[in-house]
Design a protein around this ligand. Sequence first.
Ligand code: GLU
Length: 255
Amino acid sequence: MRIVVKVGTSTIAHPTGRLNIRHVDQLVRVMADLKNAGHELILVSSGAIGMGVGKLNLKTRPDDIPSKQAAAAVGQCELMYTYDKLFGSYNHTVGQMLITSEDIEDENRRTNFENTMNRLLELGAIPVINENDTTSTSEIRVGDNDTLGAIVAKATGADILILLSDIDGLYDDNPSVNPDAVLIRQVDEITEEITAMAGGAGSEFGTGGMATKIAAARMVTEIGCDMVIINGNNPERMYDAIEGTVLGTRFSGCK
Ligand code: GLU
């Protein structure tokens, strides 16, 4: 299987902006094991800004663009250093790709991006992708990594997109407000009712919410790719996700 894993800032980093070692260790271990089993893996990782905030000892996530971009420049190094070291310890090689929406919208640039990503896979490396936050400003932003994950899954013809989030999956109501909210395990069709279940809120450090996840599901299921949302506090659930039993929400691709 060709598997795209998108991991959110809330999984990678503690609220302090410092690395969540337990989560990242498990994430890399499971991905390395899936690769050893013969699957192809691509990682779309958030966390550059959040980790930069931690590393620069900023009290909160900054609001102004230059500070966010400076934080991303620092945090992206920390992220890649960590992935290179941890995947390297399982004898796997990573390659960093940082992109902006211009790389997707311009046909030539998109072709280059896809060629590089596919060649990395042929060479047995694990592409690690993020938005180029140091140069993207609002006009040229992809926006959020749920969307970027869907773009990557489409471009590579992936079989499954796994979103590791700070929530167990899609609920029929906001679970932080309504304790009786029910987790939806399977979505075969993205109806208006399903879209209405998605609120807009994300965590302090991340940018995505449930609405961006539903939009991502819409993009990938169209090409027959499944999408699964699972809680990033237990990356071992990725095994269940690819075996078809999900402890979160599965959106079935239109086959
Ligand atoms: N590119 C952002 C970062 O690495 C995250 C965007 C997102 O999580 O949607 O901080």
